[in-house]
Design a protein around this ligand. Structure first.
Ligand SMILES: Cc1cc2nc3c(=O)[nH]c(=O)nc-3n(C[C@H](O)[C@H](O)[C@H](O)COP(=O)(O)OP(=O)(O)OC[C@H]3O[C@@H](n4cnc5c(N)ncnc54)[C@H](O)[C@@H]3O)c2cc1C
Length: 292
């Protein structure tokens, strides 16, 4: 491993990823690191640079497909408590990049701070949510974020204000960094009203997304003014299957991994839908699911 040898306690070689992604597919990653502090994280990033190992960051794996043969390089997971903290100082809240979006949404609503309850139902971590500017019909990360603390892959740490970041639909300029924490500015509101709103949004979400226990992922971004799910249904793909990869009946923008599914099945299904959507309904679907 070279310089990475110094981090043996927190770096595992040839680590399985199928237990770390929602699709539960794919081969091992060359190295998996779970740093216990920001200093250790910086040390690992610098060691990767010196050893010529590509570093990346893995959140909760809800938007990730790892190839059957596995992935090269080192994946960092922000699982240590120091990266998962949520600190409320009304009307602001600072959340660690490894904290779960659901926990942030409920914690802020309980504290009587409105805004992030609209993100309930988005699986995954705050870090990925901010970097990908994840959104629902009710809210987006971009709307409430005030500043972000990031680590660049060269080991530099920076504090960025919202104006330093370019946010787009399902994308941001933070995708080339590791979001360590984010500060949000919210609006004080009656906690009981917020709890009701949160519950309402949650019920609607449950009706429109597949059961998360099924092993699923969202496939494409919504094209401007349209829903990817409707386009996929219009192109005739509701319930379609390649190998073990199945287009969800409930929401056709989701792929479900049935028994025996391989990552390759998912890739082939995504490619087929993309081509057919272009030919049958004249729309260019952009992949949301990241592939390693
Ligand atoms: C059932 C279901 C429902 C979903 N609903 C929504 C929805 O309503 N709206 C929506 O926008 N998305 C939705 N998604 C997609 C997914 O949940 C989001 O993209 C989520 O933000 C991914 O978070 P994660 O921690 O699981 O990221 P991962 O899947 O682990 O990683 C995804 C990408 O983010 C990068 N990343 C991870 N952590 C960080 C970090 N700390 N800093 C920088 N980059 C990072 C990774 O390198 C990777 O490129 C849904 C997915 C599922 C399975």
């Amino acid at each position: 491993m070279g310089k990475l040898d110094a981090f043996k306690e927190i770096v595992r070689a040839n680590a399985p990823t199928s237990t770390l992604t929602w699709l539960r597919l794919g081969g091992p990653i060359e190295y998996l690191a779970e740093p216990r502090s920001e200093e250790e994280l910086v040390g690992v990033l610098k060691a990767c640079r010196e050893d010529g190992v590509r570093a990346r960051v893995l959140g909760d794996g809800s938007n990730l497909l790892v190839s059957d043969v596995g992935a090269p390089g080192l994946a960092i997971r922000l699982t240590a408590p120091v990266f998962c903290d949520i600190q409320i100082d009304a009307p602001c809240v600072v959340a660690g990049g490894g904290a779960k979006v659901g926990r942030l949404a409920t914690a802020t609503a309980t504290a009587g701070l409105a805004g992030l309850e609209g993100l309930i139902g988005i699986p995954g971590t705050v870090g990925a949510g901010v970097a990908l500017n994840a959104s629902t019909n009710d809210a987006s990360f971009e709307e409430y974020v005030e500043s972000v603390r990031v680590a660049y892959f060269n080991g530099e740490i920076a504090e960025l204000s919202k104006d330093d970041v370019v946010f787009g639909d399902g994308v941001s300029s933070l995708e080339n960094a590791i979001v360590l924490s984010a500060k949000f500015r919210l609006t004080p509101e009656n906690p009981e009203e917020l709890a009701k709103r949160l519950q309402k949004i949650w019920i609607v979400r449950k009706q429109t997304t597949p059961d998360a226990t099924e092993g699923c992922a969202r496939m494409f971004k919504n094209p401007r003014g349209q829903r990817a799910a409707d386009l996929i249904a219009d192109a005739g793909f509701r319930g379609a299957r390649i190998g073990g990869a199945v287009v969800s009946e409930r929401n056709p923008n989701f792929v479900e991994a049935s028994e025996g599914c391989a990552s390759e099945d998912v890739k082939r299904l995504l490619n087929l839908i993309q081509t057919q959507a272009r030919e049958r309904v004249g729309v260019e679907l952009e992949r949301e699911l990241k592939i390693w």
